[in-house]
Design a binder for this molecule. Structure first.
Ligand code: SAH
Ligand code: SF4
Ligand code: F3S
Length: 483
């Protein structure tokens, strides 16, 4: 007894208080626990991380995978076969939540048959108290629940779960912390997402992201540059800078710096070939940024600029802080500065109070801007956001009809836009073997369109010049004409 207490005390004393050292300590501790679990099971144990939602979540999942691999788990791509399943969730629209509940039911049945199995849930959906209540009540078989703000503590929480044998729940309301230098494992060897900021301060009235991702925080530019330099040394040539509103990057730093300046610094990194970023909010898109994009050798010819609605009246109710005219002006300015740029967008149909007239304004913007592609969403009511309690929620059949009309328009225009490049030769970064035809490789052009061409696996990660022989609506079939 006495001895035991002494051991625990020793153990507590050696736990580092500063990060990331503390997490490396817990990685080691989880590693020892895993060894014991593997001995009991008589085999190696595996994990599977399933990601829902946006690129931020995808990047967070890479951090989870990095930690799991250091602990010693092996990756299993088929969820049903894995001993540790982690869902990194999204809650931007209601159907994202429904999908998680549906799949959890299935997972619960699998767990009954595998005594070594653990299930963890994290991500944006966990930042909603009602969700966690429901999980606690109706999904008792879950082992670990954590949120977006304390994802860096994954190793510590997992070690706690392994040692206590009880359900562990840790959710923070918000944070002003950014923990650097934790392990992460990239999905692709040649390209990577890089967070430049976290959270969002914009509070668009329909959107739940500011509530689940917290206040806007920018990473120190030196930490960003250092991360990219390391990535490049490790074989990465394309980075995607990530933030909910990259155009407001740096404003809250002790030494403020603009996003355009950050881009210029990143451009100087030798060996880096392509720079992408998302998402840009139109209200903060500066002339300085447009100029930098026009001059840059590395920034890809693609801008994702969500418009959400073409009606100034609706934009105001959405709290977007720009007008239809301002948006159209921006689009024109960018096309002038970067002539062959591809413009893409997000559009919401059926926001409360949207009339047929408002909707026609959206169609008008779509026709005027000529988007290369657009993600179209049916408005989804998110409890706790201002729009959820607005009057005049639009009837389902009306929304559906508008959505279909919008989709048709968007698809026709993107097919026309795609056809413009048919017959040209462009550089593609070879990303993968084609899913449907193993003799073809898939490459990504600077403008973000895909091209499929004969080749082999050894080309992955290389840049090749491809003739875009045939446009098939939203991608090309082509052939390599040089390297
Ligand atoms: N920060 C980004 C968007 C993040 S969410 C931006 O401001 O552009 C991605 C997209 O989901 C949004 O652009 C919007 O079109 C859509 N979206 C967000 N909340 C939604 C809701 N409640 N209903 C339907 N679509 C929504
Ligand atoms: Fe949501 Fe608006 Fe923030 Fe984008 S900018 S994440 S739409 S609140
Ligand atoms: Fe979804 Fe969270 Fe991204 S709500 S869209 S995963 S920031």
């Amino acid at each position: 007894m006495e001895n035991n207490r002494q051991n625990t005390a020793d153990r507590e004393m050696e736990i580092p208080v500063s990060e990331p050292e503390r997490q490396y300590y817990f990685i080691e501790r989880a590693r020892k626990n895993l060894k014991k679990m593997e001995e009991a099971a008589g085999r190696q144990l595996s994990f599977c991380v399933t990601t829902f939602g946006c690129q931020m979540n995808a990047r967070d999942s890479e951090k989870l995978v990095g930690i799991l691999e250091q602990i010693g788990y092996i990756e299993e791509l088929e969820e049903e076969k894995a001993d540790f399943v982690i869902y990194n969730t999204c809650t931007v629209r209601e159907n994202a939540n429904q999908r998680v509940y549906g799949r959890l039911g299935q997972l619960g049945r699998i767990k009954k048959k595998n005594p070594h199995m653990m299930i963890a849930l994290c991500g944006c959906m966990m930042q909603e108290p009602e969700v966690v209540e429901k999980l606690k009540k109706s999904y008792r078989f879950i082992d670990l629940i954590f949120g977006t703000h304390n994802i860096y503590k994954f190793a510590e929480l997992l070690a706690t779960r392994m040692e206590s044998g009880r359900m562990v729940i840790d959710i923070w309301k918000d944070t002003d912390r950014i923990v650097e230098d934790l392990p992460s494992e990239r999905k692709y060897s040649f390209k990577s997402g890089v967070n430049i900021m976290f959270g969002c301060n914009n509070f668009c009235s329909y959107c739940i992201v500011p509530y689940v991702r917290g206040r806007e925080r920018s990473r120190d530019p030196r930490a960003i540059i250092r991360e990219i330099e390391r990535l490049v040394a490790d074989g990465v040539s394309e980075v995607m800078l990530l933030g909910q509103n990259v155009n407001s990057y740096g404003k809250t730093l002790e030494n403020p710096i603009t996003f355009a300046r950050l881009l210029k610094e990143i451009e100087k990194i030798g060996g880096l070939k392509r720079i992408r970023f998302m998402t840009s909010h139109p209200k903060d898109l500066s002339d300085e940024l447009i100029e930098v994009m026009g001059q840059s050798e590395k920034i890809c010819k693609h801008l994702h600029l969500p418009v959400q609605s073409g009606s100034t009246r609706i934009l105001e109710k959405m709290n977007r802080r720009y007008t239809k005219e301002h948006y159209l002006e921006l689009a024109e300015k960018i096309r002038r500065a970067v002539p062959d740029i591809s413009l893409t967008t997000d559009i919401i149909v059926g926001f409360p109070g949207e009339t047929e007239e408002d909707f026609l304004e959206t169609l008008d913007v779509v026709r005027k801007v000529q988007y290369d592609s657009a993600f179209t969403f049916i408005y989804s009511k998110r409890t706790g956001t201002p729009a959820a309690v607005m009057e005049d929620q639009v009837p389902e059949d009306v929304v559906k009809d508008r959505f279909d009309r919008l989709l048709k328009e968007v698809q026709e225009i993107s097919a026309q836009r795609c056809a413009i490049h048919e017959g040209t030769v462009q550089t593609a970064l070879v990303e993968a073997v084609n899913d449907h035809d193993k003799t073809l490789m898939t490459g990504r052009l600077s403008n973000n369109l895909l091209v499929h061409f004969p080749g082999d696996e050894s080309m992955i990660g290389n840049y090749v010049d491809v003739s875009l022989d045939e446009c098939r609506g939203f991608y090309y079939i082509g052939k390599i004409i040089g390297k």
